[in-house]
Design a protein around this ligand. Structure first.
Ligand SMILES: [Mg+2]
Length: 284
């Protein structure tokens, strides 16, 4: 296109009335989705279809392999804030979360999004877990097999419930992940005092092993005090910057997590419209 034609088009755009444009919608703070879309669609598509997601998770587990060697060579190294003394001569262990860290549940999210309510319901979750069909997150199996071959014990610390134990063990085993047994799967509520905050379970592992790495997709997989508001969780994690990418290996999860709960202050709003409103208000 000739330069004069570009100029004419630019001028036309500049003088056209702007009512009803998407820019206006943003300016008014309306943040309304187009009819027929779902708030989570891009996040789930990124996990389900993108090469980039696979590369990021593989990258995280390769970094974990490198840091494992560093941590094994240094007896003073521990990844757990709960582990403060007397651990130097304990055998090494790695603690990982399960969902969206070693098992990919995105097919269940697709199902929920296509359901009449569009919401993830507990009965759908239970049905999905019972199938034991989740695939391993890219990079997880290679890392875990390597760690096991080096004599490192693996513990899966998950907020799945005791009723999910047998199916979760079956799923981990089906994906060829090492230490897929009830002794290495620590579920929320399995023992009195094991709440969804994972500190008590990290403390349990730390009493017998030196925790070389923590691996998870949610800040709660690494430390307490991060199930809070958007700003508060940033402050909580700030003192531990040196742990990131060394002792703490984070997997990406754009589809749900403490980060999302932080947007509406803990509990999901009464309906999707209110949830969307809360999301829109957070856009800044
Ligand atoms: Mg998780």
């Amino acid at each position: 296109m000739a330069r004069s034609a570009w100029l004419a088009m630019a001028l036309l755009v500049a003088i056209l009335p702007r009512t009803g444009t998407s820019q206006d919608a943003l300016n008014t703070g309306a943040c309304a989705p187009a009819a027929g879309t779902h708030e989570n669609i891009n996040a789930v598509l990124w996990v389900r279809t993108s090469l980039e997601y696979r590369h990021v998770t593989t990258q995280a587990f390769r970094l974990a392999s490198l840091m494992l060697d560093r941590g094994l060579a240094d007896r003073n190294w521990t990844a757990a804030l709960e582990q403060t003394s007397g651990y130097e001569n304990l055998p090494p262990a790695v603690v990982l979360d399960v969902d969206e860290t070693v098992l990919d549940n995105s097919p269940a999210q697709v199902e929920a999004m296509k359901s009449p309510t569009g919401l993830f319901r507990e009965e759908d979750w239970d049905r999905w877990v019972r199938k034991a069909e989740a695939k391993a997150i890219p990079g997880a199996a290679e890392f875990l097999k390597l760690a096991a071959a080096k004599g490192v014990e693996i513990f899966y610390v998950t907020n799945r419930e005791p009723k999910h134990e047998a199916d979760t063990v079956r799923n981990l085993a089906a994906e060829g992940l090492p230490f897929a047994d009830a002794d290495h799967l620590l579920l929320t509520g399995e023992v009195p005092g094991w709440g969804s905050d994972k500190a008590s379970r990290r403390r349990y592992v730390a009493s017998r092993y030196r925790i070389v790495l923590l691996v998870g997709d949610d800040a709660n997989d690494f430390m307490s005090g991060v199930r809070a508001g958007v700003e508060e969780r940033m402050y909580a994690v700030a003192p531990y910057g040196a742990y990131l990418g060394t002792k703490w290996i984070m997997l990406p999860n754009p589809t749900y997590g403490s980060w999302e709960n932080a947007i509406w202050g803990g509990s999901y709003p009464p309906n999707r419209a209110d949830a969307l409103k809360a999301r829109c208000e957070m856009l800044r």
